[in-house]
Design a protein around this ligand. Structure first.
Ligand code: ZN
Length: 134
């Protein structure tokens, strides 16, 4: 299956307000808005970089997965989003290969995309998010 491109890089931050000026003003990226993903207890700021995005991920609750990540690892790259044309096919390919999945079925992420996470144990240490536009 052809994976089209890197959709986004998710960066865990303690505060979007503090992190945004660097990406916007120093790096000069276009800020296209912030969205709250209630299910993940996270607020996401989008910055366009070419055909891809940086996503600054700020926890909205202490039990957010991002809050836990920040506690143990600090700010930094949290995951890489890979755009796939058909997430169901991609998930069944992963299952056939015996990959460790965090999501066995797609769920809805930011931008209303269908997403599913693959465990770092199967990707040489990178939390990978498969995403498909819905
Ligand atoms: Zn993501």
């Amino acid at each position: 299956m052809i994976q089209k491109k890197i959709d986004h890089v998710g960066i865990a931050v303690t505060s979007i307000k503090d992190a945004l000026p660097y990406y916007k003003d120093v790096l000069g990226l276009e800020y296209t808005g912030t969205e709250e993903v209630a299910e993940q207890r996270v607020r996401v700021a989008f910055l366009k970089i070419g055909e891809s995005r940086f996503e600054l991920l700020e926890p909205t609750s202490p039990d957010s997965p991002i809050a836990k990540f920040l506690e143990t690892r600090g700010s930094g790259i949290h995951h890489i989003g890979v755009k796939v044309s058909d997430i169901q096919t991609s998930l069944s390919d992963h299952k056939k290969a015996g990959s460790k999945l965090i999501d066995n079925e797609p769920r809805v992420g930011a931008h209303k995309m269908k997403i599913a996470f693959v465990h770092p144990k199967s990707t040489s240490g990178v939390l990978l998010e498969l995403c498909q536009e819905s």
